[in-house]
Design a protein around this ligand. Structure first.
Ligand code: AHR
Length: 501
């Protein structure tokens, strides 16, 4: 029997809602078809944005959206995506499938989408092939309220008031697709570019995100912090950065043969989950460097790309990164989100890649049809952690399971306390063989009610356009409360949310 001891009196940190953020790139059918269909489409839309998708994302409580890339960001020239649509430049999306990008979704459309979603905005600038002037003018265009060439241009294009840019990323993966730079070169460019991200509205300063490392590249983190963290103006303007990013994908196989999203063995199940757990170790390694430069945790870690990366669905464009999503993806999401919650003193933001029709998507679309994936349901269950306090929790009797080479703890958990006093517990059972009897004990709280929901199914169960409800969140009532202890059995392959009042 596993026991989860919760000390709801011991607050360990605050869970920034942006940890539950999403990422939408001009890649495959994420933006076009998935989110934006245009005003003239037969698919029901508001100002071109799909109604069904917007509704589902709001219901999931999306807190933040990152755009326009990814690798695309360092080839994106924002002026191509403003003004009358018929006059917008067409370009080839060289990274993703070599298709024509007609720029019909640009800055105005992004903010329209975020306004409909009611979420914060994370705009990613172009360092790889753009100039300081281009980046600085974009910030002026988006956020300046006075009289200036860019603010006037925005008004001419139909938007009187500036928008709010919550986060601005200075380049993306500049060690790779964003310019193949050395850390020293990028760090110097970063110092230069970030200078011109002006806070035109001092009541809402833009948080600057410095491009971080790939997976385990500790040297990148070290070099970038060495050059960019120690600012003489630190106290006045929060230094040169507010966040440092990290990208890590869960790839069960090798890059050339990553493995199928739906057809996998028991061994591949455990390999995948073990690789998902690697996030914990990676964060510890990068945090060790961050702690040297920033012991007071003034800057946050922004894990702005994470999730499963499998081979594309057979018969689909390899450049579109379209993959299905099973219960295995749900467990990967559960592991990562529990890790981010537990490390919320440093992890301030995270974006799963990507929101619709690309990689570990929460939504898949086909024409006018839409399905919510198992990963969607995990985000929906975890939404109560947003803006809650992380509280101390320890799981005993949590055995290691898996194969000889790939072992993982059977249960992954995190616990938070909402401002109304509700305790939110999320637990995943990673075993494909065994159900897990669990008992929960609280420090002092008298339990008046427990409600729960569960996501479970065969290890490779997923939703299709013909069977969209195959894997969904269901009410879970099979728990008892006796002598202050909550008891239940968590089936194999499942994720549970308990709300204790
Ligand atoms: O999410 C797909 C791609 O993965 C992004 O464009 C890039 O940043 C990363 O390598």
């Amino acid at each position: 029997m596993a026991k989860l001891f919760i000390n709801e009196k011991e607050i360990k940190g605050h869970i920034n809602p942006e940890i539950y953020g999403h990422f939408s790139e001009h890649l495959g059918r994420c933006i076009y078809e998935g989110l934006y269909v245009g005003e003239d489409s037969d698919i029901p839309n508001v100002n071109g944005m799909r109604k069904d998708v917007v509704e589902a994302l709001k219901e999931m409580q999306i807190p933040l959206l990152r755009w326009p890339g990814g690798c695309f960001a360092d080839e994106y020239h924002w002026k191509d995506g403003i003004g009358p649509k018929e006059g917008r430049k067409k370009m080839i999306n060289t990274h993703w499938g070599g298709v024509v990008e007609d720029n019909s979704f640009g800055t105005h459309e992004f903010f329209e989408l975020c306004e409909q979603l009611g979420c914060k905005t994370y705009v990613n600038g172009n360092v790889g092939s753009g100039t300081v002037q281009e980046m600085s003018e974009w910030v002026e265009y988006m956020t300046f309220d006075g009289v200036s060439p860019m603010a006037d241009l925005r008004r001419k294009n139909g938007r009187e008031k500036p928008w709010r840019v919550d986060y601005f990323g200075v380049g993306n993966e500049n060690w790779g697709c964003g310019g193949n730079m050395t850390p020293d070169h990028y760090a110097n460019l970063y110092r230069n570019y970030q200078t011109y991200i002006r806070h035109y509205d001092n009541s809402a300063p833009i948080k600057k995100i410095c491009g971080g490392a790939d997976t385990e590249d500790i040297n990148w983190t070290k070099k970038v912090l060495e050059t960019c963290f120690a600012s003489p103006h630190k106290k006045e303007n929060h230094g040169f950065m507010d966040e440092l990013s990290l990208h890590y994908y869960t790839v069960p196989g090798v890059w050339e043969h990553k493995g199928s999203a739906t057809d996998f063995t028991d061994d591949e199940w455990y390999v995948t989950l073990k690789k998902a757990y690697r996030m914990d170790d990676l964060l510890n390694k990068h945090f060790a460097i961050m702690d040297q430069y920033d012991p007071d945790k003034e800057i946050g870690m922004s894990v702005d790309e994470w999730g499963c990366w499998f081979d594309v669905e057979p018969g689909t464009n390899p450049g579109f990164l379209y993959q299905q999503n099973t219960i295995r993806d749900a467990l990967v999401a559960c592991i990562n989100l529990n890790i981010f919650n537990k490390k919320c003193d440093r992890v301030q933001l995270a974006c799963i890649a990507q929101m619709v029709n690309v990689l570990q998507a929460v939504i898949l679309t086909e024409g006018e049809k839409m399905v919510k994936t198992p990963t969607y349901h995990v985000f929906h269950m975890y939404k109560y952690h947003q803006d809650a306090d992380l509280v101390a929790s320890v799981m005993t009797g949590n055995r290691e399971i898996g194969t000889e080479n790939d072992k993982v703890p059977m249960l992954s958990e995190s616990v938070s306390l909402s401002s109304d006093g509700t305790i939110n517990v999320t637990i995943g059972n990673l075993s494909i063989e065994e159900d897990a009897p669990i008992e929960i004990a609280l420090a002092e709280k008298k339990i008046s009610s427990v409600t729960a929901s569960i996501l479970t199914g065969r290890k490779d169960a997923y939703n299709t356009f013909d069977d969209p409800e195959n894997v969904t969140e269901k009410e879970f009532t099979d728990h008892t409360v006796k002598d202050g202890l909550i008891s239940f059995t968590l089936p194999k392959n499942s994720v549970i949310l308990l709300r204790i009042r």
